[in-house]
Design a protein around this ligand. Structure first.
Ligand SMILES: Cc1cc2nc3c(=O)[nH]c(=O)nc-3n(C[C@H](O)[C@H](O)[C@H](O)COP(=O)(O)O)c2cc1C
Length: 218
């Protein structure tokens, strides 16, 4: 079996973290790089990642896990680090230009004509979502979920446990982190760290639909 498949089979949603265990700074740098390396449509990278690695930071994130979401609060507070994956709310021409300028700096663009053509092609696509499909924000959220998938599989390969969390109050979390003033909004949260011995979920077998149900070979 390939090692990536072993990782996919062994990773699981950690429901209880050992608060005494901390991810090393070197591994956190790797995780930051992993997040930045996630692919996105037209390389749009419509995201920002807030990483809470202090008690103060985690307490701020936990402000989003109150009321109906209280069961997720201990996951946030006992994790080593918590990543808040945010979506960028404004994706205009100026932002697209920044993406292409970065590609230019990174050596992907041959000359000014190619740069202009790249801008034109991608703004066509962006405007399709903005004006025709009218799903620009939803489309941006989908890109953020690619970073989520990259993160979940990536950290598992590094031997780090994770709990993806959609169960939080987006308005409260945005307020606690001051996201909206920065043109951002929280989309999904991931608690990272190491499982507690008391985590009952660690002992349960994985459950997925069989291949016949979810795969069609043509
Ligand atoms: C986007 C997303 C959001 C989730 N939100 C929560 C959550 O709020 N709380 C929680 O305990 N688990 C949450 N989960 C965990 C899922 O229930 C879990 O991934 C699923 O049951 C499959 O189990 P596994 O991750 O252990 O393979 C979430 C998972 C994903 C992918």
């Amino acid at each position: 079996m390939s090692s990536i498949l072993t990782t996919a089979q062994q990773r699981y949603t950690t429901k209880a973290f050992d608060a005494s265990k901390r991810i090393s700074d070197a591994q956190m740098v790797e995780i930051e790089t992993l997040l930045r390396l996630a692919p996105s449509s037209i390389n749009s990278q419509p995201w920002h990642f807030v990483i809470a690695g202090t008690e103060t930071g985690k307490a701020l994130v936990a402000q989003g896990t109150t009321g109906a979401y209280a069961s997720n609060a201990p996951k946030v507070l006992n994790a080593s680090h918590v990543v808040v994956l945010c979506t960028r709310m404004e994706l205009n021409g100026e932002y697209l230009q920044r993406v292409i300028d970065q590609e230019d700096v990174d050596g992907r663009i041959a000359n000014e004509a190619a740069k202009l053509a790249t801008y034109k092609g991608r703004s066509l696509f962006l405007n399709l979502h903005r004006f025709q499909y009218r799903d620009l924000q939803h489309w941006a959220d989908k890109q953020v979920y690619l970073a989520l998938g990259t993160l979940l599989l990536g950290v598992a390969a590094m031997g780090i446990d994770a709990c993806p969390i959609e169960g939080f109050d987006n308005a409260l979390l945005d307020e606690a982190l001051g996201l909206r003033d920065k043109g951002l909004s929280s989309t999904v949260v991931v608690a990272l760290g190491y499982r507690s011995e008391s985590d009952a979920n660690a002992k349960l077998p994985k459950s997925r639909f069989p291949a016949e149900r979810v795969i069609t070979r043509i």
